[in-house]
Design a protein around this ligand. Structure first.
Ligand code: ADP
Ligand code: ZN
Ligand code: ZN
Length: 854
């Protein structure tokens, strides 16, 4: 027999595959996509079988695979192709892509438990065992309830028994259970009310009989009526008790009468999203022609069974969610499944509820706060086909659904779709397009403020553009007013000077004694007036200040000393609630200063405005207003976003003040005023996307106002009133903004006209880091390609967490190197060469490649 070889991807930061031989006994079961145990140096590691072949490689000593872990591949061919694409495009080792992204839900936290299959008497004879190993295993399991694979290996003194166990499980000799381990694992089961057709048939008669019965029958009758209204065979008990008003004792009495049963089922649903939500306003919707058209187009794509991509550009409040829902309904009719990506799940409880309401049990939500055990449960149940709709943040793009028909990427412009902090640094939107491609599915990118990349793709016909230019239900887009804070400041300063003059005139001694400084708050007269108006009318107000904490920096006016982080080149933010200084990058916390540490002056000044400071100012101006602050500091607990949002939408708070968290996806009809405290925080960042980000953020937050019958008004405060981004926001003119921004990008060779690749070198010693970056930059510059090399230069924040950071930025011109292949090749060479530098070998400098950084 010819020797069979396997190529394995091993989760290490080495960009290559490793070859092993396939022992004869594994030949019949081995397949690409399975995980295998292999010797690696002196260790054993788990790798993924990527390929099998019979070509003898040119390596002296090839070792055999020790064992194969899975009976079924944890990932499909489609996901394997996707992983390969990611590895290639984002310069990431395939093993790491597979382990850290594509099947992260399938790995660690589980412990595999083995037990005998019932009925047990079959085993005593050993008649079913095929080998002595089988027999040893059966004997070891005999008389015990179950055993972990590790225990079993110890007991029988044989390692790597996965293949044997998988084989025995297939012959129904044993059962292998997956059991999550570790902390934070919630119970996998929940209690349910089980309703059979039989109990349904009993109800009618009982309702008639009980009509004139004892008083307690009345409550039981009400309970049965309520159950009748729910068309489900299983109802989660806890949730039902919470929402129905029916008590447990009533249900118990019904159970005693055999009118219902209690059951248990595996669950992963978190309690953050209640099923029985009535006030969603999705009933009796008559779709408008734009929605109809979008749905028809997407559905015809789904029916074609081919890859299709759409950009759904619909203004805020144009009813995009319903379009997704109707498209998914079609997908399910075709017997297919769907993925819905949302930027951050805890920020979008409303959209999740709408899907739950329409598709109930078919939906699973993967949110970022799932414990590893819960994630694993979800992953396995998705793979087993128990759900057909997966909603989640970027990693949900890897959900192991079979027969995928549609991927929706909601708010496709959002930066959070890019994984920036670990390998692989993939963009979930672009990955979604690729996955749809491999799966011959449809992808819909939806946004009120499409990214320049996507809009350009739609204009060159890569995506089909679907437009929804109007708000639903005749609601109008809000009016937007820009307030020039420079002018406001001058005016108020003039008034202050006038006042001081009068004070001096009236009583010079007292005036001199009261060293009253000029204090400039951040709420303009116009905004103040509008807030007062809404408070009077009990309408909702949303205020955005995209900075948390009290003040972004503290400064001594006498010597100019500014408090900086010890680990990062960044100022420390003062937090009022805890009265301390905190670094928003590395988490360092320091006592708030009483006096200047440099000169001893007691006159510490807080500069800039965070949400806490705006909150203080609001409290002074509107002591009667009920204010909710929503930022990272107030939303640490699970479900806290949702609670804050509910309080606000129910009218139990007047003002919702927060960071960009308040800007997204909220559909609250009582909001008629949106105020932006300072539009400048984003606009002045040294990033070529800062204008785009500003336009998007402001348009999105403005879109929260006036979403129903009540007209909305938006007030944006800025020190840069003539900035073009702002001008187009107030005109609701995405296309004009797009035109202007594209001209600027073309001029400076920025995306979408180029592809940017950022190489970051990191290390504790700056000269080594700089040297490494210099080497890379020079290597790239020496090769002539269709690209421009910028740098090396220290990053905008030159040090984070004690690590110095230097950047080399490459702009790969799409006109000269359309596929990016050229740059790809040269960069691989450069990285390989730099890996031989002493600083790389000693691991004192690491270089990280980020393709299409955000
Ligand atoms: P978007 O995401 O485009 O901002 P949503 O999908 O959140 O908008 O929809 C806004 C609101 O309008 C939702 O409450 C939705 O139920 C409602 N809605 C959607 N389509 C219609 C329609 N054709 N007529 C009336 N209301 C609608
Ligand atoms: Zn000082
Ligand atoms: Zn820090």
């Amino acid at each position: 027999m010819t020797q069979l070889y396997a190529e394995l991807a091993i989760p290490l930061a080495v960009d290559k595959l490793f070859t092993y031989t396939v022992p004869a006994q594994l030949r019949s079961t081995i397949r690409p996509g399975l995980r295998a145990v292999v010797p690696f140096g002196k260790r054993s590691v788990v790798g993924f079988i990527v390929e099998l072949h019979t070509v003898k490689p040119n390596i002296s000593q090839i070792r055999p695979i020790t064992d194969v872990i899975d009976a079924e591949p944890p990932l499909t061919d489609e996901l394997l192709s996707l992983a390969r694409w990611i590895a290639e495009y984002y310069f990431a080792p395939l093993g790491e892509v597979l382990k850290a992204a594509v099947i992260q839900g399938a790995t660690p936290p589980s412990k595999r438990m083995v037990r005998l299959a019932s009925p047990p008497d079959q085993h005593s004879s050993g008649g079913y065992a095929r080998s002595s190993k089988h027999l040893d295993i059966l004997n070891a399991l005999n008389g015990v309830r179950r055993m972990s694979i590790q225990q079993l290996q110890k007991r029988i003194g044989v390692k790597n028994i996965y293949t044997t166990l998988n084989d025995m499980a297939q012959r129904h000799l044993i059962v292998i259970d997956e059991e999550p381990v570790g902390r934070g694992v919630l119970p996998k089961y929940e209690r349910t009310i089980a309703i059979t057709d039989e109990s349904r048939s009993l109800w009618r008669q009982w309702l008639l009989d009980a009509r004139n019965g004892k008083p307690q029958y009345q409550t039981q009758r009400t309970a049965v009526h309520k159950l009748l209204a729910i068309d489900a065979a299983e109802i989660p008990l806890a949730q039902y008790l919470r929402t129905s008003g029916v008590s447990l004792s009533t249900l118990r009495s019904l159970n005693r009468k055999r009118l219902l049963d209690f059951g248990r089922r595996e669950t992963i649903r978190s309690t953050e999203y209640d099923l029985y939500e009535s006030s969603l306003g999705t009933q009796n919707i008559v779709l408008n022609p734009h929605q109809r058209n979008a749905i028809d187009k997407i559905c015809s794509g789904v029916e074609s069974g081919q890859f299709q991509s759409y950009l759904l550009y619909g203004v805020t409040g144009s009813g995009k969610t319903i379009v997704y829902i109707e498209a998914i309904r079609r997908v399910l009719e075709e017997g297919k499944s769907a993925i819905v990506l949302v930027p951050e799940i805890s920020l979008t409880p409303q959209i999740v509820r709408r899907f739950k309401l329409h598709f109930g049990e078919k939906v699973v939500v993967l949110h970022s706060r799932l414990s590893r055990g819960e994630r694993y449960d979800a992953w396995r149940m998705i793979q087993a086909g128990k759900f057909s709709i997966v909603i989640g943040p970027r990693s949900a793009v890897f959900a192991p659904l079979k027969n995928l028909g549609l991927i929706v990427v909601d708010e496709e412009h959002e930066g959070s779709y890019k994984q920036f902090d670990q390998t692989p640094r993939y963009h979930a939107r672009d990955t979604a397009v690729m996955r749809a491609h491999f799966a011959r599915a449809v992808v819909v990118l939806g946004s009120a403020t499409p990214s320049l990349e996507s809009y350009k793709n739609s204009s060159i016909g890569k995506y089909e553009l679907l437009e929804m230019p109007e708000r639903v239900d005749n609601a109008r887009l809000p009016t937007i007013e820009i307030i020039d804070m420079t002018k406001e400041r001058q005016e108020r300063l003039a008034i202050f000077r006038q006042q001081r003059k009068t004070e001096f005139k009236e009583d010079p001694v007292k005036a001199r004694a009261s060293k009253r400084p000029f204090v400039f708050g951040m709420i303009s007269n116009r905004l103040k007036e509008q807030i007062a108006l809404r408070l009077g009318k009990k309408e909702g107000i949303i205020l955005l200040q995209n900075r948390r904490g009290f003040a972004p920096f503290t400064e001594c006016p006498d010597c100019g000393y500014v408090e900086m982080c010890d680990n990062c080149n960044i100022t420390l933010t003062y937090h009022l609630t805890k009265k301390h200084l905190r670094c928003h990058y590395c988490g360092l916390v320091r006592q708030g200063p009483e006096v200047c540490v440099k000169c001893g002056s007691s006159d510490i000044r807080y500069r800039g405005f965070g949400t806490q400071r705006v909150e203080e100012e609001l409290k002074l101006l509107f002591p009667e207003a009920r204010i909710l602050r929503m930022d990272l500091d107030t939303t640490t607990g699970r479900g806290t976003h949702d609670r804050l949002l509910r309080t606000f939408s129910d009218g139990n708070a007047d003002i919702l003040l927060g960071t960009q968290m308040v800007a997204k996806g909220l559909d609250i009809s009582r909001v008629t005023l949106v105020g932006v405290i300072s539009a400048d925080t984003q606009m002045l960042l040294p990033d070529f996307r800062s204008a785009e980000r500003t336009f998007q953020l402001l348009t999105q937050v403005a879109g929260r106002a006036g979403r129903s019958v009540l007209a909305g008004e938006v007030i944006i405060q800025t020190f840069q009133p003539s900035h073009y981004g702002l001008r187009h926001v107030s005109g609701h003119d995405f296309k004009a903004f797009y035109g202007e921004e594209m001209a600027y990008r073309r001029e400076l060779f920025y995306p979408p006209f180029s592809r940017i690749v950022l190489v970051e070198c990191r290390g504790k010693r700056e000269n080594e880091v700089a040297g490494h970056a210099m080497f890379l930059a020079n290597w790239l510059k020496q090769r002539d390609g269709g690209y421009l090399v910028l740098g090396p230069a220290p990053a905008a924040i030159a040090r984070i967490n004690k690590q110095f950071r230097w950047h080399v930025v490459v702009k790969d011109l799409k006109s000269d190197d359309p596929s990016g292949n050229l740059l790809h090749r040269v960069l691989k060479e450069a990285l390989a060469a730099s890996a031989r530098l002493p600083s790389a070998k000693s691991r004192s400098v690491r270089s990280i490649v980020d393709v299409d950084p955000v």
